[in-house]
Design a protein around this ligand. Structure first.
Ligand SMILES: Cc1cc2nc3c(=O)[nH]c(=O)nc-3n(C[C@H](O)[C@H](O)[C@H](O)COP(=O)(O)OP(=O)(O)OC[C@H]3O[C@@H](n4cnc5c(N)ncnc54)[C@H](O)[C@@H]3O)c2cc1C
Length: 394
């Protein structure tokens, strides 16, 4: 029995754990949070990733909790309506096939599949990893020491596993020219299963009534910031100040949202960025999900990459007994899919967040055309990978 330690219990971690334990590996998952975090912002599962969750038997459960947003209203700088659209028309996703669920609902579903088969160490983290050539000796923050055949870093965009084994984040972090703040506000607008997005050049504010929740909204402020605000990344006050400066004088409900931001206790601030690495494994440490190839929220494909990456990594380890060769195979199969999806956005050129007045006019004209064209073709990148059949019964 080969043993694997997975760091991170969000999407990529439990998905990798599921497939590896089905293939006969002994799996331990370490997660620094005290439990799997629920709720939160909505994420998409599209194209090939839908097939992955179907093979896991999770699709019926996800269909029950999908957010099922009915419409997406775009507003111009003066707050006037630009277009009201079917959300699928904008995301390039397929109605009746692709899913949108809360991130926490997917994480909880994945955890539920493996909680009884896999050892979970919540509230702990890896402190050191020493590679031995045939495995890795791991020391946990809690003080325990264990040896594993393989360590999988599924610990997200700001992965410590990556930092420890591959080098500092700035070597792999590709800033895309936007920052965002996400927080919860009371639903004083009577919104239900809908998203409203206000845009001005270089600025966007969105209110999202997710699923059945009628009491709260996810508020989302995105702004163009040509230089990465490195100093603000770990400083809450600097983040709030930066957002306030970026939206000074903005219209619609933005002043109300800025006041709410000041008092928000769940503020999540980050840059829109990608992780780009020449290789995803080094010795007996391998990365999966955002840790290896975050495509940024601008693509809406992070979760799908994490699910497909988990499947292909476990498939390669099951099919090829030599771990080093298996890790090469994982990368070989996964790389084109990652490249196609990371190419969906460029610096400062995200479709939903135009930075100049001209680009905003053009974007609005495109949205208005979509009103009379409700079923655009799905994006080829969402399905640009073959899923091999797993040896284990799915
Ligand atoms: C605002 C926002 C909107 C998004 N919208 C979409 C969308 O519409 N569609 C989409 O597909 N994707 C979206 N994403 C991206 C999506 O959330 C991620 O791509 C996806 O969650 C990746 O999963 P992951 O498991 O690789 O990483 P994460 O979800 O980041 O999970 C990492 C896990 O590792 C844990 N961890 C971190 N450090 C350690 C450590 N040192 N030790 C142990 N555990 C650790 C964390 O607590 C966490 O549980 C969005 C992201 C954001 C921030």
């Amino acid at each position: 029995m080969r043993s694997v330690l997975i760091s991170g219990a969000s999407i990529a971690g439990p998905a990798t754990a599921y497939w590896l334990q089905r293939a006969g590996f002994t799996v331990t998952v370490v997660e620094r949070a005290p439990a799997v975090r629920g709720g939160g912002y909505p994420i998409d599962v599209r194209g090939t990733a839908v097939e992955v969750v179907r093979r896991m038997g999770l699709l019926p459960e996800l269909l029950k909790v999908q957010t099922d947003s009915r419409h997406l209203t775009f507003l111009g700088p003066d707050g006037g309506t630009v277009a009201v659209l079917d959300p699928h028309a904008v995301a390039g996703s397929v109605a009746g096939r692709d899913l949108e669920v809360r991130r926490g609902d997917l994480a909880a579903g994945l955890y539920g599949l493996v909680r009884d088969q896999v050892e979970f160490r919540f509230g702990d983290a890896v402190e050191t990893v020493v590679q031995t050539g045939t495995g890795a000796e791991v020391t946990f923050m809690s003080g325990q020491r264990r040896t594993f055949d393989l360590v999988v870093g599924a610990d997200g965009m700001h992965s410590q596993t990556r930092h420890r084994s591959f080098g500092p984040e700035e070597h792999f972090h590709r800033y895309l020219g936007y920052c965002f703040a996400l927080f919860t506000v009371p639903n004083t607008y009577g919104m239900h299963r809908e998203l409203t997005m206000w845009n001005a050049p270089g600025q966007a504010a969105a209110l999202y009534a997710v699923g059945e929740r009628r009491d709260e909204l996810q508020a989302f402020l995105t702004f163009h910031q040509p230089q990465m605000p490195t100093g603000a990344l770990r400083d809450r006050k600097a983040q709030r100040d930066l957002v306030e400066r970026a939206f000074a004088g903005a219209g619609w409900e933005v002043p109300v949202l800025l006041t709410a931001l000041r008092g928000a206790d769940d503020l999540f601030f980050d840059t829109a960025a990608q992780i780009r690495m020449p290789h995803w494994s080094r010795g007996r440490v391998v990365l999966v999900g955002d840790a290896a190839y975050a495509p940024s929220f601008l693509t809406g494909q992070g979760t799908s990459l994490a699910l497909v990456g988990a499947y292909l990594l476990a498939y390669a380890l099951d099919a090829e007994p030599d771990i080093d060769r298996a890790l090469v195979d994982y990368e070989h199969r996964m790389r084109p899919f990652v490249t196609a999806n990371q190419a969906l956005v460029n610096n400062g050129a995200a479709t939903l967040f135009p930075v100049t007045e001209k680009a905003l006019h053009q974007r609005n004209a495109r949205l208005q055309k979509l009103i009379s064209m409700p079923t655009p073709a799905p994006r080829p990148a969402h399905s640009a990978v073959q899923l091999p059949d797993f040896g284990v019964r799915a």
